[in-house]
Design a protein around this ligand. Structure first.
Ligand code: DAH
Length: 350
């Protein structure tokens, strides 16, 4: 019996080695290894082997099964690899993976960062999920301000969360919300360090606006804050005019129009106009809010408002991108139609 098994083993191994393709190998499997194949049939006879021979015969049977299975598996892998290689057609076109490019809004953001870097501004950051103290109170925006209305701001459900923290990290911070402005980063930065401060903070903001050509529920802003001894309105004007001319063109004209923001006094809106080009039939387009930091804001963060003065500004990045490229509708930026996006690709092969 043992000899019979070993000779069948040699026979099967030879057949496996000789199988030239997947089909031939399958024929070997059916003939020798499948349910009614030669090997299982022979091993069935084990039952009639005298008891004292069983250990020896059993061992031979197991070794044979394992050896044959291993040989079969490795031959199968070999044949599959060979078949794949034979299928390879070097004349077929390659598979094209479209490379990405930065979104046009982020391109404008990065260009703005570059310009401010040259002017000595550092990048600062704050969380998108804020609370009422950072988004409103510390920015001198009272409880009854319309922006605090449920209809204007996204508040978070607080179920099961620990109360949010205020300015000292201990007192309560009020309801959590999606920040409506990057001005929150002014507060976070001033709490962390002493003057001089010279930062910009680009990031997303959220408002419950009806979505149309000029409004979305989420958009990008860039905030700026400069605090030091002797900072004046002239510094603010010079910096912003230089910045916008670098970004949008030398021929830009500016108008600083008195306005109101709770956290600056005096406050302005900056309008700009470009000779010969009108947007939406208007010569002047507002592009930026700004002003001198209100002493009340300094008091909130523990800065000495007798010693320091500062200016702040904030603008919407999409709006600048619209001006720069003459785009008629904000929704193009979020539809993500590649026919639109491709026009702003910085890749030469797009
Ligand atoms: N946070 C203001 C807004 O979202 C924009 C703004 C205005 C920012 C004046 C400022 C500023 O820093 O000084 O409408």
């Amino acid at each position: 019996m043992q000899d019979e098994i070993l000779s069948l083993k040699e026979q099967i191994l030879a057949a496996i080695a000789g199988a030239a393709d997947a089909e031939a190998l399958e024929a070997v499997r059916i003939r020798y290894l499948a349910r009614n194949g030669a090997l299982p049939l022979l091993l069935e006879k084990m039952a009639s082997v005298p008891k004292e021979q069983r250990p020896v015969v059993g061992k031979a049977a197991n070794e044979t099964k394992n050896a044959v299975q291993a040989a079969f598996d490795s031959r199968k892998t070999e044949l599959t690899a060979a078949a794949d290689a034979a299928d390879f057609d070097p004349t077929l076109p390659g598979r094209y993976e479209a490379p990405g490019s930065l979104h046009p809004v982020l391109q404008v953001r990065d260009r703005a960062i570059e310009i401010f870097r040259r002017l000595g501004f550092a990048l600062a950051d704050g969380p998108d999920i804020e609370n009422e103290v950072f988004n409103f109170d510390a920015l001198n925006t009272p409880q009854d301000h319309p922006a605090r209305n449920e209809q204007d701001t996204f508040y978070l459900k607080e179920d099961g969360l620990a109360p949010s923290c205020g300015l000292d990290g201990k007192s309560k911070g009020g309801r959590r919300l999606m920040r409506t402005q990057t001005s929150t980063v002014q507060i976070r930065t001033m709490l962390e360090r002493q003057p001089p401060v010279r930062i910009i903070a680009p990031g997303r903001c959220y408002r419950r606006d009806e979505i149309d050509a000029t409004h979305g529920m989420s958009f990008f802003q860039m905030e700026g804050l400069v605090v030091d001894e002797g900072v004046t309105l002239a510094d603010l004007k010079g910096t912003l005019e230089y910045f916008f001319r670098e970004l949008l063109g030398e021929d830009l004209k500016f108008r600083f129009r008195p306005h109101f923001f709770p956290f600056t006094e005096p406050s302005f809106e900056v309008d700009c106009s470009r000779t010969g080009s009108q947007v939406k039939g208007r010569e002047w387009l507002e592009i930026c809010g700004c002003g001198m930091v209100d002493p009340e804001v300094f008091r909130q963060v523990g800065y000495d408002s007798e010693r320091y003065t500062g200016y702040a500004f904030g603008f919407g990045i999409e709006r600048i991108a619209i001006m720069r490229h003459g785009i008629p509708d904000l929704r193009f930026f979020t539809d993500n139609d590649v026919r639109f996006l491709r026009q702003f690709s910085t890749r030469i092969d797009a």
